[in-house]
Design a protein around this ligand. Structure first.
Ligand code: 4AD
Ligand code: MG
Length: 427
């Protein structure tokens, strides 16, 4: 593999991959090979190789699959720092008229060719960082006494509001819905195991056409028994620091490919600032925004608030009206929910949403009624308050928004292999 070339300096190697790019100057042909682990410049001198090999090197189309043989040399000017003094070339499968050329393409064209766009250097770097983030998430929770629990994807009811449910017919049982969040099931798990996390795809029939919204996205959701809102915030900041610092340490190369300014990520260390919703409203007003107390923070409001800080900021105690039915009210002020949103810096907006959960049976039943939710569908959830209810809290981190922020991308569509959005469900 190209990434292991440093161990083969001065030796002859054979590598398989695809032709990424090529150029020639007279009697020399430069083929850039990619193999998924890196790029390698392979140099074919007309005098050094057979006529057959030189001809082949001269007529290959971009993305032809090939096998190259040659000696590994140090070449600081070449991508990756090594070069192949090539002698052999075999064709595996010839490609012509590859649609994605080194010139600039519009993003819709690239999204239509997403299955091929994935091969480009930047997309490979993003996918590798995504993978590292997923592993960091798992390592963090596995190392802190959490048990992974997989919730169902087909569910009988809403969790995060009825307006964004994808529905489907479910045999003789009526309608089923694609899950918006594994949280309610994680709560059942926390009562069984103490600390659990769910991690999987979630769905929102979002009408929003913003750079932060997908209709199918991945969410990780820890849930902890005997934890209150402050404990939830302690967990969120420790977790975020771990993820960001791990990626900085392990994925420096990829972040460089993406030209990410990592000085901003280096600042993501505990403690993170904590402000109340009321304080956030003050910040908005001081910045000349005509904001009505009681509204949810919109995308631009979040940007204005987070621009006051050089780290993610935790905004807690939102008006209960704009938050989900399951959140516990603040005993100090019944109008407020014990909620927390973590807003990423640099305008990336909400990456975490969490709360302390309503653990009182009567109060929860009342919320279910106020939200016009079907009580029968929530009887099992009410059972968690009937039988040994305890204070508990958790949050959900959106994987794609986190990848977008850490990679410094303009839009979440590049953070997931095949994005699903309001106007796109292909390829
Ligand atoms: O704030 P949300 O809706 O919270 C929940 O679903 C809770 N049940 C989580 C919990 O407490 N266990 O979503 C959580 C996170 C958001 O902060 C955001 O990062 C991401 O999920 N998210 C989306 N990401 C991409 N596209 C969308 N349409 C998203 N909706 C939410
Ligand atoms: Mg939210």
């Amino acid at each position: 593999m190209i990434k292991d070339l440093s161990e083969f300096l001065g030796k002859e190697v054979t590598l398989k991959g695809w032709l990424y790019n090529e150029r020639s100057s007279g009697k020399v042909k430069f083929l850039i090979l990619r193999d998924g682990t890196g790029l390698l410049q392979c140099v074919y001198f007309k005098g050094n190789v057979s006529e057959e090999v030189f001809d082949l090197a001269s007529r290959l189309g971009q993305e032809s699959s090939i096998e190259v043989t040659g000696k590994v040399k140090v070449e600081p000017r070449a991508p990756g720092g090594y070069e192949l003094d090539a002698t052999g070339l075999k064709l595996i499968s010839e490609a012509h008229d590859y649609p994605i050329t080194p010139k600039d393409h519009g993003v819709e064209f690239l999204m239509d060719h997403r299955h091929l766009w994935l091969r480009s250097n930047k997309q490979v770097a993003i996918l590798r960082i995504r993978h590292r983030i997923v592993k960091a998430i798992r390592d963090y929770f596995d190392g802190h006494g959490f048990t992974l629990m997989d919730p169902p994807i087909l569910t009988p009811a809403a969790c995060e509001g009825t307006s964004t449910l994808f529905e489907t017919e479910y045999f003789d049982l009526g309608k089923a819905y694609l899950t918006q969040s594994g949280q309610l099931y994680a709560e059942a798990g926390a009562m069984a195991l103490g600390k659990v996390y769910t991690f999987g795809p979630t769905f929102r029939a979002e009408k929003s056409k913003t750079r932060r919204h997908l209709t199918e996205f991945w969410m990780v959701e820890p849930e902890v028994a005997f934890a209150e809102l402050n404990d939830d915030m302690d967990l969120a900041e420790d977790f975020l620091e771990y993820i960001v610092q791990t990626v900085l340490k392990d994925k420096a190369e990829e972040l460089k490919v993406l030209e990410r300014d990592t000085t901003k990520l280096q600042k993501v260390k505990k403690p993170l600032p904590r402000i109340s919703y009321d304080e956030a409203v003050d910040i908005l007003k001081k910045n000349g925004i005509d904001f009505q107390w009681g509204n949810d923070l919109g995308g631009t409001d979040e940007t204005v608030v987070s621009n006051q800080f050089d780290k993610p900021v935790m905004v807690h105690r939102y008006p209960a009206e704009v938050k989900a039915f399951y959140m516990k009210r603040d005993p100090q002020n019944e109008k407020l929910a014990l909620a927390v949103d973590v807003l990423a810096p640099e305008g990336y907006g909400e990456i975490i949403g969490g709360s302390q959960r309503e653990d009182n049976y009567e109060a929860l039943l009342q919320r279910i009624k106020e939200h016009n939710l079907p009580q029968e569908a929530f009887e099992w959830y009410l059972d968690l308050r009937r039988y040994g209810s305890v204070p508990h809290s958790g949050f959900g981190l959106g994987l794609e928004r986190t990848v977008g922020w850490i990679c410094g991308l303009d839009h979440v569509r590049e953070t997931i292999p095949f994005a699903r959005m309001i106007y796109r469900n292909t390829p």
